[in-house]
Ligand binder design. Structure first.
Ligand SMILES: *Cc1c(COP(=O)(O)O)cnc(C)c1O
Length: 368
């Protein structure tokens, strides 16, 4: 292992493979696996992640926006890619790159039909999204006849899948609500299929759904966070491995006398003698100010050191009074310990936000 020489996000493809195989082991072999690689593969490196998953046999990818899908196509990814939230201005680019849109409203469906017609498309694969209670994007069951009226006798599109998204699969207290969402999906789908005359793929589960609602696997599952090593509950930690580790090095060590202050706004004032270490990453790298002033801890040689004072744009300061360390030593911000769930919790947020917020300034190192 080369010595860590700057702030870097290490992406471990063998951990990704482990997580993929674990999640795959929870579903029947004929159930398709869609890997969600939106937002730079949850802040990691979408091309490296997608290439690895493609060789492992992922059936589908999903991104949020068209430009994310275009980047994968330009890198040579040939697996089908579902675009979860395409903006209608990008429909031509979407078709040029063989990306498959999620269509979720009458307006978006009409605009896609028109774009597909202008493009001379026939049987273009699309995915129809239903709102079953998240109230974010999606048609309701009441739209079926209107959709049928729009698509009947027109050959531009072919519905590849029906899907919906669950609001609270990680929360056992919301089990009744989740089952109600699944029930709504189960009611809409056969009614639509009968009118449509063919049977698209069905899918509704995200990672926590795969882990907690095995009965609703349908024809495909969609996993994001699980692939990156998190199951939204520490009880799944033994089965999943963090893919991303954010590491840095100590730039400078200071010995602080009593009553001195550290950092902007003098947010930390010492009561006694302290030793601090300055690290080369800050809120511009994705470690927000919420983590400062003693809230978060990082790993220095196996021991936990708190952030002190305010997080700066490019630096943070930590208290290493009780830790033997030197300038140039490695510091783990998150990875195995603390993991991204634990680190995010220091600032009352979740691994998703922490991981996707690591800015593009941080060097990505791919290993495995
Ligand atoms: C982001 C997203 C997912 C992935 O969810 P995870 O909890 O990360 O597995 C699945 N489906 C949709 C519609 C999404 O937007």
């Amino acid at each position: 292992m080369p010595k860590t020489s700057e702030t870097q996000l290490e992406i471990d493809l063998s951990a990704l493979e482990h997580n993929y195989r674990y999640l795959r082991s929870l579903i029947p072999s004929n159930t398709k696996f869609l890997a969600v690689v939106k937002a730079f593969a949850y802040g990691s490196e979408a091309v490296a992640i997608a290439k690895k998953l493609e060789t492992l046999g992922a059936d589908y990818f999903a991104v949020a926006y068209v430009k994310e899908g275009v980047a994968l196509r330009q890198a040579g990814i040939t697996t089908p890619i579902l675009v979860l939230h395409p903006q209608t201005v990008h429909f031509n680019e979407l078709m040029e790159n063989c990306l498959e849109p999620s269509l979720y409203s009458v307006k978006v469906l009409k605009e896609f039909l028109e774009a597909a017609q202008n493009n001379g498309q026939s049987n273009y694969p699309v995915h129809i999204k239903f709102n079953t209670g998240l109230n974010r994007l999606g048609f309701s069951g009441e739209h079926i006849d209107e959709i049928m009226d729009l698509i009947r006798n027109r050959g531009e599109i072919k519905i590849t899948s029906f899907f919906s998204h669950l609001a609270a699969t990680e929360d056992p207290n919301e089990k009744a609500f989740t089952l109600k969402q699944i029930g709504t999906f189960n009611k809409i789908v056969p009614e639509f299929e009968e009118k449509l005359g063919y049977s698209p793929l069905k899918h509704i589960l995200n990672t926590s759904g795969i882990l907690n609602y095995k009965a609703a696997q349908f024809d495909m599952v969609r996993s994001g966070i699980g692939l990156y090593g998190y199951g939204n509950d520490p009880k799944f930690d033994p089965y999943l491995k963090p893919v991303a580790t954010l590491k840095t090095v100590i730039s400078q060590i200071h010995r602080i006398a009593p009553h001195e202050s550290v950092g902007y706004n003098r947010a930390f004032t010492s009561k006694d003698y302290r030793v601090t270490a300055t690290l080369p990453l800050g809120h511009a790298d994705g470690i927000g100010r919420q983590y400062g002033q003693g809230k978060a801890m990082v790993n220095v040689k196996g021991k936990m050191a708190p952030l002190i004072g305010n997080v700066c744009m490019d630096m943070i300061m930590i208290d290493v009074t009780d830790i033997e360390c030197q300038e140039g030593d490695e510091v783990i911000i998150f990875g195995e310990k603390p993991n991204a769930d634990e680190f995010a919790a220091f600032a009352d947020t979740i691994s998703y936000e922490l991981l996707t917020g690591i800015s593009q300034r941080v060097t990505r190192i791919i290993k495995g």
